[in-house]
Ligand binder design. Sequence first.
Ligand SMILES: Cc1ncc(COP(=O)(O)O)c(C=O)c1O
Length: 416
Amino acid sequence: MHHFSYQNGELCAEDVPVAEIAAQVGTPFYLYSAATLRRHFAAFDGAFAGQPHLTCFAVKSCSNLAILNLFAKMGGGADIVSGGELFRALKAGVPPQRIVYSGVGKTEEEMRFALESGILLFNVESEQELEKLRDAARALGKTAPVSLRVNPDVDPKTHAYISTGLAKNKFGIPIERAEAVYLAARDMDEIEIRGVSCHIGSQLTDVSPFVESLGKLKALIGRLRAQGIGISHLDLGGGLGIRYNQEEPPPPAAYAEAVLAEMAGLECTLILEPGRVIVGNAAILVTKVLFAKEGPVKKFLVVDAGMNDLARPSLYGAFHAVLPVRQHPETMKADVVGPICETGDFLARDQEVPAARPGELLAVMSAGAYGFSMSSNYNSRPRVAEVLVRGGGHRLIRARETFDDLIRGEAIPDNF
Ligand SMILES: Cc1ncc(COP(=O)(O)O)c(C=O)c1O
C-alpha cells in the first residue's frame, strides 16, 4: 500500500499534487512519501515484534540522509556495504551499535573506520577478509565483532544479477567451509564471533528459499554450538520482493511467520536487512515528455529522465508502470526512452503507457529502491533532485546537481 493516488484527476503524493512540486523543483525528480516509508517500515519491523530482532535498513537501496534518519527514529539500524555508506548512516543518526557491515571487498581503511566507529557486526565474506580484519583490529588495539556470511547455495528464483546465495556467486563463504573458518576465527584473539549471516538475493517473491537457507543456517549453528562456539545473532539478509507489475510477493507478515516458525527455539537475536520492500513503492520518478516520436515500427515517448537516473530497466529489463500525472484517457503501446546516447536507454519498453504529448508529466512508479542510489552522471547529466512529502507539505532532501558539481575535483594539469 502506498500513498500515491489520483484526486480530481491529479496524481498526488499524500495530499500534495505532483504537478505542484514539479513546478517548483523542475523535472526529473524523485518523490518520496513519508507516510509510505513509515508504514512499510512499521509493517516489516512489527511483523517480528515477538522476537528479539533488529531491522537494519539496506542503505544501498536508498541512501538519502533524510530517509535513513526517518528509519533511525523508528528504531531501525543500517546494513552497509562501504565506508561511504557507513559515513552516511552515522551522519543520518543511526547509532553504530545498530550497524552491520556486509560486502565482499572491504578495504583496510573501511575496516578501520568501522572498527573505530564501534559497529555491531562485520559480516565477513572470506577467510582472507577475516585475517585482514584481525590485523586491522590488532593495529587499533580493538576486537572485531563478527558474523561469517555463509553462502547456503540456495536458488532464490530471481533475476541472475541479483541472485547472491548460489555456489556460483561471489558472495559469502561456502556453507561446507564455514565450520572450518569459524574454528580458525575462534583462535584469533582480536575476533569476537557473534553470529551467522546470509543474504541470498533480491526481489524474492516466494518464502521457500528463505526457509530453505534458514534451515541450513540452523543446522550450522547447532554444529557450531556443539563445538562450544557461541552464536547470539542470526542475520537473514534482505531480499523480500515487491509488486512492480503482476508479481505477488508474500506480505511481510507471511514472511515473518515462515521465518519465525523455522527458527523456533534457536535463541538468537534476528537481524534483517530489508531494502526494496520498505522503499520500493514509496517513491516515484517524475519526468517530462520532451517529444512524442513515431518510428516506422514503434512509438516513442522521449522524456527528460534516462538510464542514468533510473538504471533498473536497462540493467535488469525491469518493469516500472508509467502513469500520467494528469489523468489521461488514452493509452498506447510505446517505449519510454531517455536522452542518453544508448539504445539501452529506456524506462519502459513495448509497454502500455499514457498517450502523452510534449510537456506532459509522467510518473515512473515503484522507483524508490535502487533508483536514485544507482543513478550516475553518465552523459554528463547532473543527478536529479529528491523531494520528500509529508501530509500536505514537502521538502527538498537533495538539491539537483549543477554543471559545477559535474566537474568538481577535475583539473587540467599545467604543462603536462
Ligand atoms: C547484503 C545485502 N543485504 C541486504 C540487501 C537488500 O536487499 P533487498 O533490497 O532486496 O531487501 C542486499 C541487496 O543486494 C544485500 O546485498
